[in-house]
Design a protein around this ligand. Structure first.
Ligand code: FAD
Length: 352
């Protein structure tokens, strides 16, 4: 008979811990508030030969309808330290701190560098995993280091920004070291005295409309504008907005070579953006032009009425969501020859 640590419970429904609101029960579940608890839980899983699934805010993960036949570890480490120097502010944040609380605090103090990432749900520890980004900014720009617990050795170590290997919605924690480390703390260097740089035309327009004077822009102004834009797209989690029952964008923007663009996509006016190694295509455009308009519904899943890349739970199941995602991928590939990549992690019932 297994003897789990005190923080471990049996048979816990996963759906309430996710923004999609989907997923059956975890055979074992623990909400860990310290590194000590994480170690105890990992040792328990090692003893019992259980697979472990780490998650935190549940905003970029999809659990199966059957649940998870192992230990689901919910990271809830709190704490935030601030150090100010003349030009910079260093924030050291426990990985379970809600990300948007951190942005709110930084913007409130006038510290710049993460204001465009306002309104993104989930935890601070979740942000380095896919190098969270929006409106021309990503965490890889201001993050200076990450502390993480090695799941095999149970030893904590530190990664510098360069060691995190950030790319577009990529990092070592999603790539080569997926499922190896549990992030426990993230450190950021923010600016104290510089005016926010606006790189995204849509955001510049929103700020332009709101600004009646020529005063200096603050991180707080940018946060207000970003939140207004995101709310209109249902990209802020709001229990009263059905269109926000999603994982945000389900697909990343595919990067293709210029040759592929010229040879295969010449006939299509797909919006493109510069990207290392080629061009980035608008995944939203590809989806909408493959027979899946905003508001499309199939079974218990659908596409948000306000965002072409958000697959929404319309009272259905994980199977409904994945079936719709599969159908979109097939149609986009059939029409444009482009393979869409999924952004969220999809967890199988039994990953062994
Ligand atoms: C409405 C909505 C809008 C969104 N908008 C954006 C956006 O604009 N830009 C963007 O980039 N993303 C966006 N997202 C996706 C998501 O919010 C982010 O990816 C977020 O950082 C995920 O954090 P989380 O704590 O919820 O991670 P979870 O969903 O809990 O987990 C996601 C992955 O991260 C891993 N993980 C989580 N915590 C840890 C940890 N402490 N240590 C190691 N691994 C960990 C998990 O194992 C899993 O692989 C959006 C999601 C929603 C629902």
């Amino acid at each position: 008979m297994p003897h789990p640590p005190d923080c471990v419970r049996a048979n816990v429904a996963l759906a309430p811990y996710t923004t999609m609101g989907l997923g059956g029960p975890a055979r074992w579940f623990a909400r860990c508030t310290s590194v000590g608890e994480l170690r105890e839980c990992l040792a328990f899983a090692q003893r019992e030969g259980l697979p472990v699934q780490v998650f935190s805010g549940g905003s970029n993960i999809i659990f199966s309808d059957e649940g998870f036949d192992g230990l689901a570890l919910n990271v809830a480490l709190r704490g935030l330290r601030e150090e100010e120097s003349r030009d910079d502010a260093i924030l050291s944040v426990g990985s379970g701190e809600p990300w948007d609380d951190v942005v709110l605090r930084a913007a409130g103090r006038g510290w710049g560098g993460i204001e465009c990432l306002s309104g993104i749900p989930g935890s601070t520890g979740g942000t380095p995993v896919q190098n969270v980004g929006a409106y021309g900014q990503d965490v890889g720009e201001t993050l200076t280091s990450v502390r993480a617990l090695d799941r095999r050795t149970l030893v904590e170590r530190e990664f510098s920004r360069d060691e995190c290997a950030f790319g577009y919605r990529e990092s070592r924690f999603k790539g080569p070291d997926a499922d190896r480390f549990i992030i426990t703390e993230v450190r950021f260097r923010l600016t104290r005295n510089s005016e926010p740089e606006i790189r995204y035309p849509e955001l510049a327009r929103e700020l332009g409309e709101g600004a009646g004077d020529a005063r200096r822009l603050t991180p707080g102004d940018v946060r207000t504008a970003v939140l207004a834009l995101r709310r209109r797209k249902s990209m802020v989690v709001d229990p009263s907005d059905e269109n926000s029952r999603s994982v945000g964008s389900f697909f990343t923007n595919p990067v293709v070579t210029k040759t592929f663009l010229e040879e295969r996509l010449k006939a299509f006016p797909v919006p493109v953006f510069p990207a290392p190694g080629g061009v980035k295509l608008s995944a939203a455009w590809l989806v909408e032009h493959s027979g899946f308009p905003r508001g499309f519904r199939k079974g218990g899943a659908g596409i948000s009425e306000h965002h072409a890349l958000a697959i929404v739970n319309r009272g259905g199941t994980t199977a409904d969501v994945l079936a719709l995602a599969g159908e979109i991928e097939e149609q986009v590939y059939g029409k444009f020859g482009v393979r869409l990549q999924r952004e969220p992690v999809v967890v199988r019932y039994n990953p062994r």
